[in-house]
Design a protein around this ligand. Structure first.
Ligand code: SAH
Length: 206
């Protein structure tokens, strides 16, 4: 997987490659799908949600341009796989999941693997985690039509936010936004397909 799907497709950051190598992906996948755990595709993890494909996990981790001293917020814990990859790369990872069953399962696996620099909570990631911020990097692993305002506020100056941006269910753009003198410096990358962000963002303002 590391050679064929990651290095072979342009993932260069040695720290990201080492993190991908260190995390046992099969433990984050439901038992009956374990034989497919290292295929380069997303897999169903229950509750209509998916664990992202390895290439995308690596690519997003690279885009975050992480430093070991960083404090990172992830929205959409899901299986906890991306959380673990981030935990290999930085000082502290905070992750929020809205589906209780997924939150519980991810917590058990991350504990069993001994990650001490991870804190997770159940809730709507739209609002971020003010008490733990500001963050050097924020990653959304569910798609939204715009950047949730509370997350932008919780991003530190020079911080990076990576997310699938778009209104369409069938395709979104992976974007990276840097906070530079309080302004948004936006870059866009490949087309991607993520599940939509649920919760507050779905409800139109009145
Ligand atoms: N990072 C995950 C990918 C999971 S898919 C992994 O590596 O497995 C996206 C996840 O976002 C789903 O688990 C979904 O339940 C969650 N999600 C959707 N809307 C959310 C919200 N508003 N707040 C937090 N999590 C949310």
């Amino acid at each position: 997987m590391i050679e064929r799907d990651l290095r072979g497709r342009g993932i260069k950051n040695p720290k990201v490659l080492a993190a991908m190598e260190a995390v046992p992906r099969h433990l984050f996948v439901p038992e009956k799908l374990r034989h497919s755990a290292y295929d380069d595709r997303p897999l169903a993890i229950g509750a209509g949600q998916t664990i992202s494909q390895p290439y995308i996990v690596a690519f997003m981790s690279e885009l975050l341009a992480l430093n070991p001293s960083d404090q990172v917020l992830e929205i959409g814990t899901g299986s906890g796989y991306q959380t673990a990859v981030l935990a290999e790369l930085v000082r502290a990872v905070y992750s929020i999941e809205i589906v209780p069953a997924l939150h519980d399962r991810a917590g058990k696996i991350l504990d069993a693997l001994g990650y001490k620099n991870v804190e997770i909570k159940l809730g709507d990631g739209f609002f971020g985690w003010d008490e733990r911020g500001p963050f050097d990097a924020i990653l959304l692993t569910a798609a939204a039509p715009k950047i949730p305002e509370p997350l932008w506020r919780q991003l530190r100056e020079n911080g990076r936010l990576v997310m699938p941006l778009g209104k369409e269910r069938r395709t979104q753009k992976l974007i990276r936004v840097r906070k530079s003198a309080g302004k948004k410096i936006m870059e866009d990358f490949s087309d991607v397909l993520f599940v939509p962000l649920r919760g507050a963002i779905e409800k139109p303002p009145r």
